[in-house]
Design a protein around this ligand. Sequence first.
Ligand code: ADP
Ligand code: MG
Length: 480
Amino acid sequence: MEDLRDKYEVVIGLEVHAQLKTKSKIFAPDGCEFGKEPNSETSPITLGMPGVLPVLNKEAVNMGILTGLALNCEIPERCKFDRKQYFYPDLPKGYQISQYDEPICVNGYLNVKGKRIGITRAHLEEDAGKLVHAGADGLAGSSYSLVDLNRAGTPLLEIVSEPDMRSSEEARNYMEELRNIVRYIGVCDGNLEEGSMRCDANISIMPKGSKEFGTRAEIKNVNSFSALQRAIEYEIDRQIEIVEEGGKVIQETRLWDDNARETKSMRGKEDAHDYRYFPEPDLMPLKISREWVEEIRAKMPELPQAKRERYMSLGLSEYDASVIVEQMGLALFFDEVLKLGASPKIAVNFIMGEIAAYLKETKLEINETKLTPENLVELISLIEKNTISNNIGKQIIVDMMKDGSKASEIVEKRGLSQISDTGAIKEIAQKVCDANPDQVTAYKNGKVQLLGFFVGQVMKETKGRANPKAVNEILKEILG
Ligand code: ADP
Ligand code: MG
């Protein structure tokens, strides 16, 4: 397949649905909280009862504008809502309120790892309910399906990219950056596994050098970044195979099965829906004043790209900066630590090292531990003042996360302060040398790499408390 790949160019455009984190639904007063008792957030509006009227949730509009601005979009002065008709049991009204030809955001772009990906549009719409199918969890052995309408009416922002991506990696990078952005601006959890962010990938291939795009297939049901990449890779190979065999790719919707690692046809173009869009008569077109837009722009927090650049200007590598930004809890914690004036370099070593390892092991978020920014800053200051060694710091940080204790208290209680007294270190170093005469001889005969062994022994004797620099100097002196 590899050499065949060289013959073709891949074209990818993504449609991403982000569930907006409003308190209530986009056109109804029901709550949007996840995990409520099924069908407990179902007012007559959500149920699509006759005679009810939708009322637009301003917060959803605010979030739409904020996202649009973060994605470098224009926010037109006017947008409107439309009815998209289709019939399905999770859609009680028989239509979804969406935006068709006048969306809230247009003409944006995102720079992702040096590549500019156009954003055609982003529009507001309502989510459908959730079907729990026969045989699923909780319905084992059943022959029926159930519908939970709690999710029906939850606000979504559908973000449609231009067909600007040329590899599965670019698509993944774009999706990851989009997720970073919606999380940092606080409009969406960005949780692919729980479906608060969903992605349809449109994929086509064309002969290299061609200007005309091939026919695309749309892949649904991708619920992790790695699955997105796998699904695209699979689809590229599938399409190349068809074309190489003289066939034609047909326009269709395909479902990704991550266990089987393949896409399966769901519906072809011939049974594509005719949605019979028309303007939603129960909602006025929405006028968005420039003052409103500016008010929202003023609330824009620092975006992931700016954050990475700031961290790099503090001396972090691009890799470290990206890893921290990728984990929003850690980045916000790091920002607090920086605000309190700590050395970025030492702070990063702790955050990327012991702290990240502990969080990974315990599957906790930083704010679920007892470590406060203040306490980390105090620990760092003890290291900077040479009261304790970096190694001791690494030993006690886990306790600080577990029980919230201050570094100075632990150091005091356990007598961990650093030994810089050269007399004391000399004594221990001499003892170590006396106890290891063979190594001393070897060292003197030129095996100088044994210095590390002696340093280790002194550190062991002092339980890591000796000042490493002093130990090195003293040992070199003794060993000659
Ligand atoms: P629809 O409304 O039928 O889904 P759109 O024209 O809005 O169709 O396109 C949907 C998505 O498909 C967009 O993200 C767009 O970038 C992408 N797309 C369009 N044409 C192609 C193509 N030939 N190959 C890959 N992606 C495409
Ligand atoms: Mg589509």
